[in-house]
Design a protein around this ligand. Sequence first.
Ligand code: PMP
Length: 417
Amino acid sequence: MDTTIFETTESQVRSYCRSWPTVFTSASGSILTDEQGKEYIDFFSGAGALNYGHNNPELRAELLNYFSSDALVHSLDMMTPAKREFLTTFKEVILDPRGLGYKVMFPGPTGTNTVETALKLARKVTGRQHILSFTNAFHGMTLGSLSVTGNSMKRQGAGMPLTNSSKIPYDNYLDGETADFLWLERVLEDSGSGVDKPAAIIVETVQGEGGLNAARAEWLRGLRELTQRHDILLIVDDVQAGCGRTGTFFSFEEAGIVPDIVCVSKSISGYGLPMALTLFSHELDVWAPGEHNGTFRGNNPAFVTATAALRRYWADDSFQSGHLAKVIDTVQDALTKIAIEVEGTTVKGRGLLTGLYFRDPAVAGKVAAAGFEKGLLMETSGPQDEVLKLMPALTMDLVVLERGLNTLADCIAEVTG
Ligand code: PMP
């Protein structure tokens, strides 16, 4: 590896160059190519922002068409045809068929913006300040989203007290099989517990950064029932697990729950362009005009690719029950086989937000590094980076996928053998 390419840039940036020391020049589908012409299979997908692969040709065609016109690129909160088209398509293709009556808000460009918006809205609606979130949760890097993040190292980065939130155990944190929330109910009802009634509970159905912990459907249903009984808002952070990554458009569909507020970002634009949504029940729309605004909420190129992605992949269920189901089965079969063969490994996560836990935390990082050498891009997850994380594109070509999974098995054999 020619490390001289970083002589200037290494001191200037903080980036993934630390784990992937090369310069990527092009990308198509799930293959990236670097300056040396080496190809890499992408099991990272822009941290979940590229669910339909890089430079998806159909989405690109729509984008180029838009750019070649004089249509608005940036439009703050103004209405444009691109925005209107996205809103009507989202309603028609995603919300209506699922019986979801959400109002859609554009909270700003990124995941942390939608989480901040959700927390602020929940506090305004209820007049309460306390928020409950979960051990190992990850919700973003700005102060509000960091306050509900369950990762001590990341929280220390705030450099100031993060208040008005408490962490409670996520599903299976206590290795128990119970899905009832009796303990929480008691604590909430007990005026001597000192636990203030929360405005909301925020949850990921699969903890993407926190080690690919997947909540069971009955646990999520228990949480929904508890929050309803106690008049507490339920926020699902679907920034990473949403947009099809777990096999359905929203990750909470499998559990059959309807959250009060949903946070969406990462792959909603379909093309890796910054975009986020906050979805909430109509009766929660208590904002006064201008009370929660921002500059980059009208990213029209992102509306264009988002609309194209919804129409191409979600207008009927043929993609979900066809190619997406095949990609999920292929990945899950390969991981299950590895977990049976390699002692001390367990399959984690759900759908294509998945990976392998290694009893020896050092192994996951070593496998990711071996993968890079062999042309495979993978991240690690979990408090000790003990989980190897796989997030292939939902649209990944099955031949490329098999090749990547075979390389993964080789890397694991090399590191553990
Ligand atoms: N919520 C979840 C569940 C996430 O995984 C992330 C990002 N990894 C965020 C929020 C924050 O998103 P962003 O990095 O776009 O601010």
